[in-house]
Design a protein around this ligand. Structure first.
Ligand code: DX5
Ligand code: ZN
Length: 219
């Protein structure tokens, strides 16, 4: 599997300057761009949808890691794929027919991920892990950027790493929420290979440099 991937979250960018922010990420060492879609139902916040994804797609060829915090995401998979998504990650808690939704994502030509909330055990992923390209552990309750990292995530990361290893397949292990330079090292050590970073990157004086510094933790 490739080395550590940093996926800065556009949620923390300046929405009035999205073209500029996207080009900054394009020029950075971040391999992926994390795109948080919220519907105000699955999570208590609304972020943005297809027009914004299409708009930023015009400014970068980087991998779009779309994290759907929406109820019944199966209604919109085709539209997310058409908007420029490369990875589509749905929440296990939002999908009664999770296996079918994963197949639907793949049939649209995207990679498929499943996310679990802090209160959801890793065991929920046991029967679908072999079908996934990515499994995501939320390290905050989804809905907002800038929240404090929940420490129990470390223990869940170790569990998920062992579940992934049991498949013998290469599956990304992503951590999302409250990631910073202090907890990133332990997460990488526990088996994470994709780290989302929102406020830590965008609130820093030099976002590109912050991304590079996070990547150096993998050396
Ligand atoms: C939270 C989102 C996260 C968020 C991370 O619901 O899924 O991707 O943007 O932001 P930080 O890194 O600020 O916690
Ligand atoms: Zn996210």
């Amino acid at each position: 599997m490739e080395k550590l991937i940093i996926a800065p979250s556009v949620l923390a960018a300046d929405f009035a300057n999205l073209a500029q922010e996207t080009r900054m990420l394009h020029d950075s060492a971040a391999a992926w761009i994390h795109i948080d879609v919220m519907d105000g139902v699955f999570v208590p916040n609304i972020s943005f949808g297809f027009p914004v994804i299409e708009a930023i797609r015009k400014h970068t060829t980087k991998f779009f890691d779309c994290h759907l915090m929406i109820e019944k995401p199966e209604r919109y998979i085709a539209q997310f794929a058409a908007s420029g998504a490369n990875m589509i990650t749905v929440h296990a808690e939002a999908c009664p027919h999770l296996h079918r939704t994963i197949q639907q994502i793949k049939s649209e030509g995207c990679m498929a991920g499943v996310a679990i909330n802090p209160g959801t055990p890793v065991s929920v992923l046991e029967d679908v892990i072999g079908d996934l390209d990515l499994a995501l552990i939320m390290s905050v309750n989804p809905g907002f950027g800038g929240q404090k990292f929940i420490a129990n995530t470390l223990h869940k990361t170790v569990q998920l790493k062992s579940l992934i290893d049991s498949t013998g397949k290469e599956i990304y292990l992503e951590i999302d929420g409250g990631v910073n330079q202090i907890n990133a090292g332990a997460l990488i050590h526990a088996g994470a290979n994709v780290l989302v970073a929102g406020s830590f990157v965008f609130a820093s004086a030099d976002p590109k440099e912050t991304i590079s510094q996070l990547l150096q933790l993998d050396d």
